[in-house]
Design a protein around this ligand. Sequence first.
Ligand code: ADP
Ligand code: BMX
Ligand code: ZN
Length: 294
Amino acid sequence: MGKVLALDIGGTKIAAAVVTESGMLIGRQQVATPRGGAGQLALALESLILPYRHLVDYIAVASTGIISGGRLTALNPANLGGLADFPLQDCIQSMTDLPCVLLNDGQAAAWAEYQALSDQRDVNNMMFVTVSTGVGGGIILNKKLLVGNHGLAGHIGHTLADPHGPLCGCGRRGCVESVASGTAIGTETLGWKQPVAAAKVFEMAQLGHAQAENIISRSATAIALMLADMKMALDLEVVILGGSVGLAVGYLERVIGAQKMLPEIYRVPVQEASHRQDSGLLGAALWAKETLRS
Ligand code: ADP
Ligand code: BMX
Ligand code: ZN
């Protein structure tokens, strides 16, 4: 199948790398996700695609948003600076006529992490969760990735954490994303004298700042409760955690700590993504390879 240019479009950053046939990443780059609408997003994609389009055989994209019919439709447009709808496939095909395969970012990361896991042991049902700009996910059921007829499968950030919680950008109150995401963690500090972003909240919590610790614990508890619900629905055997918040020092331990408050049957083993920040890139590449082969 040859070389693939993989892109991972998140609410905060867009990563790109050439993925070789053996799964090695070459020339990884990253730019901030623009928040100025469709034109700016197209320019950012162009800056990552044009230098590589003659060096690869196809393009694979993992992207935040509902990915269906070649379009990106935001469930939470606030995560993309208000951008609600974007013709992702057409935009890329205006730069190159290479074959191009699109997938949601959580679904893509789930696929890569499932391959890594099933190299070691037999797993049927697994879920990947990214705690990042939003909260996303991907579900493997009976060894198959669930995409859904409308691309919606795995959008676990928009299950309910707290009916009286903050309004979510999707229009509903109290989604897991509105309580647990990196954005939500930053938003919680808006009442502080000096509001800070999620990374700083983690630093402060490590230094014993009680309010910072509460914010992070609340996020980790919302994730643990959502995992319990998903285990009951799907008989999950393992959960993989990713995203900059999910991979932040001490976050996994806090999720496991919150699980310990629940009866045993509601607990599912959780571990960090083995591909760290690259699960989305690798998963998109693997998915595209299979899609184009069949
Ligand atoms: P994306 O959503 O584009 O995939 P990330 O996985 O990096 O990107 O998630 C971005 C979110 O993670 C932002 O809300 C940001 O504030 C937060 N974040 C970034 N770095 C850290 C860190 N070191 N610790 C905790 N949170 C972080
Ligand atoms: C949101 C939603 C999901 C996405 C998840 C994680 C949008 C734009 N995105 O729930 O499709 O998978 O965020 O995305 O509605 P990330 O940007 O945090 O990586
Ligand atoms: Zn929501």
